[in-house]
Design a protein around this ligand. Structure first.
Ligand code: DC
Length: 254
């Protein structure tokens, strides 16, 4: 069975994407950790005047909740309870990228190396992915247009998206970027262990049975290894114009 057929068989049907019918216009940006997809997606959303949704933050928040409760993702009751809670109280601020669970801000807590690893582990679970599917779609329902980033946006969550991009970069380049970020925040970096973590996370995200990270058949693949972020944004904006998603006057302006 193909992956999309597999998604249908599970009842993970796509939402209507036709703006005429009230569905949001969706651009999906999938790719591995460190490919630059969050910066690119947020910049793109700002220029389009659309919502920016980073679905990794939803997996991260669930991982944080499970960890704080001392529960495992294998505990189905906890997963169902926490996802129901997430569905009601989870909020992402499109402009700042801040993440809230009810009144509590969890922006920084969900970005620790520990939660990054836990999120990647939790995301392998079939029940977790199935339960989080409507949560991810719901965020987009409330807006006119959205740029969503993740691993399976184009293949499973929004298979009918107007435009799909798979943004990638070599593991070495991604490790280098991450090392620069860490150094910029005044901390020490072990470059070798960073590269090892990237390889491990890629293997887990791309190798899992359910909704593995991969480019959709109709995705445009962009390798950002040798491209500046701004050039990646411009490339995608051009694709948006070509797809008739934006009037020619708007794009390119910050
Ligand atoms: O994009 P990110 O690094 O914040 O994502 C954190 C983890 O969540 C990542 O290792 C894989 C998982 N994830 C996923 O499986 N599917 C998504 N759509 C988004 C993230």
């Amino acid at each position: 069975m193909t992956h999309d057929a597999d998604a249908d068989a599970r009842g993970w049907k796509p939402l209507p994407q036709d703006p005429e019918s009230g569905g949001a216009k969706v651009v999906t940006i999938d790719g591995p950790a460190g490919s630059g997809k969050s910066t690119v997606s947020r910049t793109l959303a700002m220029r389009l005047g659309w919502q920016y949704v980073t679905t990794g933050a939803i997996y991260r928040t669930l991982a944080l909740m499970l960890h704080e409760a001392g529960a495992s993702f294998a505990d189905k009751g906890s997963v169902e309870r926490f996802v129901a809670f997430l569905s009601e109280r989870y909020r992402q601020d499109s402009r700042s990228g801040r993440v809230y669970l009810g009144e509590r801000e969890v922006t920084h807590e969900i970005r620790t190396p520990f939660v990054s690893e836990q999120a990647s582990i939790v995301a392998q679970d079939e029940l977790v992915r199935r339960k989080l599917l409507p949560v991810q779609r719901k965020v987009v329902l409330d807006c006119n247009g959205a740029v969503v980033d993740g691993r399976d946006m184009g293949t499973v969550v929004f298979p009918d998206a107007a435009l799909k991009v798979f943004l990638t970069a070599s593991p070495e380049e991604r490790a280098r970027r991450r090392a620069d970020e860490i150094r910029a925040s005044g901390r020490e970096v072990d470059a070798q262990s960073l590269l090892k973590e990237i390889h491990e996370r890629d293997a887990r995200d791309a190798g899992r049975e359910v909704a593995p990270m991969k480019a959709a058949d109709d995705a445009v693949i962009i390798d950002s290894s040798v491209l500046a972020r701004e050039d990646v944004v411009k490339k995608i904006l051009k694709l948006c114009i070509d797809q008739g998603l934006v009037p020619l006057a708007n794009p390119g302006e910050s």
